[in-house]
Write a protein that binds this ligand. Structure first.
Ligand code: SF4
Length: 242
């Protein structure tokens, strides 16, 4: 994508959503870290449903550590991979209490040393809790960046590095949220909704998905008859179905 188009792309994302936020519910860096850790291969909705109950009784590393695996597991049962996530969260809390005074470190290396925390989770925490310009490349950002040729790559790390070079400086902090939301609601995995995409004219992806309503709109029979025009394939289909 050309530099001028990249600037325009993020100008439009900003105009439509000036303050993009994560859909995970949290109030502190630790709650965000816990929610992101739990969100791997699970929906934000299922994580929010679980953490609403959990954070009502335990919202600090010390409090969750005190629950222990047996006390924590019932809160996480509705989330995919809950057994391993329970163990990871307990061990993460133990390290936060013992090595970081119960606080979430603002440091990539320290974050990635926590059980269940990889580069993507560290990037989310650094970006969303601490406002750092990082790109947490999830499945949505990976797909959208490649389709739009904003950052092309075969691995999340390649796309992350490409985005850090391609995204205009003033959009770096918010780009991660804009791209996730765009992928989640418009540029969907199975069928991108190009017909209602606000950046379609900037996007080189082909073929663009046409508006399904326009494609299926039945041709007015009377008009076809009166014009003497032979029905097209789609008109024939519509007529035989009626
Ligand atoms: S035009 Fe289509 S492929 Fe391109 S960003 Fe929009 S929805 Fe995605």
């Amino acid at each position: 994508m050309k530099p001028a188009d990249r600037v325009e792309l993020f100008k439009r994302f900003r105009a439509a959503n000036p303050k993009p936020v994560t859909e995970l519910e949290y109030q502190t860096p630790f709650e965000l870290l816990a929610a992101v850790l739990l969100s791997a291969q699970a929906t934000d909705r299922s994580v929010n449903a679980a953490t609403r109950l959990l954070f009502a009784v335990a919202r600090t590393p010390a409090a969750i550590l005190a629950l222990g695996v047996e006390g924590l597991e019932p809160y996480l049962r509705t989330i995919g991979l809950y057994r391993s996530k329970t163990k990871h969260l307990i061990e993460t809390c133990r390290i936060l209490v013992q090595a970081h005074g119960g606080e979430v470190p603002r440091d990539r290396e320290a974050l990635e040393a926590l059980p269940g925390v990889g580069r993507k989770t560290a990037n989310v925490v650094l970006n969303t809790a601490f406002g750092e310009p990082t790109m947490a490349v999830d499945t949505h950002i990976f797909r959208v960046s490649n389709r739009m040729k904003l950052a092309v790559g075969k691995t999340p790390r390649q796309v992350e590095d490409g985005l850090m070079r391609a995204v205009p400086t003033d959009a770096l902090v918010d780009a991660h949220h804009w791209l996730i939301l765009h992928g989640r609601y418009v540029c969907k995995a199975r069928k991108p909704e190009c017909w209602r995409c606000p950046v379609a004219d900037l996007c080189p992806y082909r073929p663009k998905t046409p508006d399904p309503l326009a494609a299926d709109a039945p041709a007015p029979r009377a008009q076809a008859k009166s014009s003497g025009q032979a029905p097209t394939a789609s008109r024939r289909r519509v007529q035989s179905e009626s």
